[in-house]
Design a protein around this ligand. Structure first.
Ligand SMILES: CC(C)(COP(=O)(O)OP(=O)(O)OC[C@H]1O[C@@H](n2cnc3c(N)ncnc32)[C@H](O)[C@@H]1OP(=O)(O)O)[C@@H](O)C(=O)NCCC(=O)NCCS
Length: 266
């Protein structure tokens, strides 16, 4: 049994830091310390954990996943809008692909809506096919911003020394699009103007020093394609995996169901 709940106390927050180090393999200069986790909770962010209740005690030692978010304020046409920026999501290897990452995101969403916050954002590496699938297909986020080398050089093992390019996922928590995705209803028919492919072998290329150059080539070429599409006003509105396991970003114009319900009513 996995329990999803807010983390509490120094030891549970320290367990998040240890899972952070285990997941990303950061060197100490890149690690977000426990102090930051404490502050996020105090100032309106979220530190939500996934706990394996079959591990004795179901306290800090049973933490197998966490999601961390920071509060933010965004200027919109209607004035300032509060939102949450989700900075980290991790599920321990051995517990992955069993829906716990999704459950952590759903808990973030539930908590945000309870507090009247209707928008969340986070960045993700566009070369990570699995993360794109989770963010765009399963959760229903869209993306229309591309950040080149967002964090500068990172010691993250997952980054393999490549520039830290990121797509910004925008999650309109109560839009029809997100509700449909979460209920696993088929997405509304829409125009797809262009597609951007990430080969399934990207993981192997990144991991191998001899082949890393190929991963860099994909990153550089895809960067130009995203930038060109976004400058034409298109957004990533879908993501699929083809029979070979390649990831395919689908880009087209945004439609009404992508918007927040409140915005729709206005
Ligand atoms: C990203 C992460 C948190 C996801 O957690 P998780 O518990 O595995 O996520 P879920 O099980 O809820 O969903 C994963 C989905 O991706 C699918 N998936 C797995 N491998 C995949 C791949 N190579 N390509 C595409 N999809 C894949 C799974 O089948 C699952 O979809 P399904 O439920 O439709 O079958 C976890 O993989 C992780 O900790 N990764 C390392 C850190 C990271 O990258 N964090 C996110 C960026 S901040």
């Amino acid at each position: 049994m996995i329990a999803i709940r807010s983390c509490s106390g120094f030891d549970e927050l320290e367990a998040c830091v240890q899972l952070e180090i285990e997941t990303w393999g950061y060197d100490p200069s890149d690690v977000l310390p426990r102090k930051a986790f404490i502050l996020m909770q105090k100032i309106g962010g979220q530190v939500i954990g996934a706990f394996d209740t079959e591990i004795a005690g179901s306290g800090p030692e049973s933490l197998v996943g966490f999601a961390l978010s920071l509060p933010g304020m965004k200027r919109t046409e209607d004035g300032l809008r509060p939102y949450l920026h989700s900075h980290m999501l991790a599920v321990r290897e051995g517990y992955q692909n069993r829906g716990f990452g999704t459950k952590l995101k759903l808990e973030q969403r539930k908590d945000a809506l309870t507090r009247g916050i209707r928008h969340m954002e986070w960045t993700f590496d566009p070369l990570e096919i699995k993360n794109a699938y989770l963010n765009l297909h399963k959760l229903g986020a869209i993306a229309r911003r591309y950040e080149v080398n967002f964090y500068g050089t990172s010691t993250s093992r997952l980054q393999s020394g490549l520039p830290t390019d990121r797509l910004v996922a925008e999650w309109e928590l109560d839009s029809s699009r997100v509700v449909a995705a979460l209920e696993r209803r088929p997405a509304e028919a829409r125009v797809i103007e262009t597609r951007i492919l990430v080969p399934a072998s990207i993981y192997a290329w990144r991991a191998s020093e001899a082949e890393r150059e190929r991963a860099l080539t994909v990153q550089t070429e895809n960067r130009s394609k995203f930038q060109a599409a976004f400058s034409r006003g298109l957004a990533v509105v879908g993501f699929t995996r083809n029979a070979e396991g390649n990831g395919v970003y689908e880009l087209g114009p945004l439609i009404q169901s992508d918007a927040n319900l409140e915005a729709k009513r206005k």
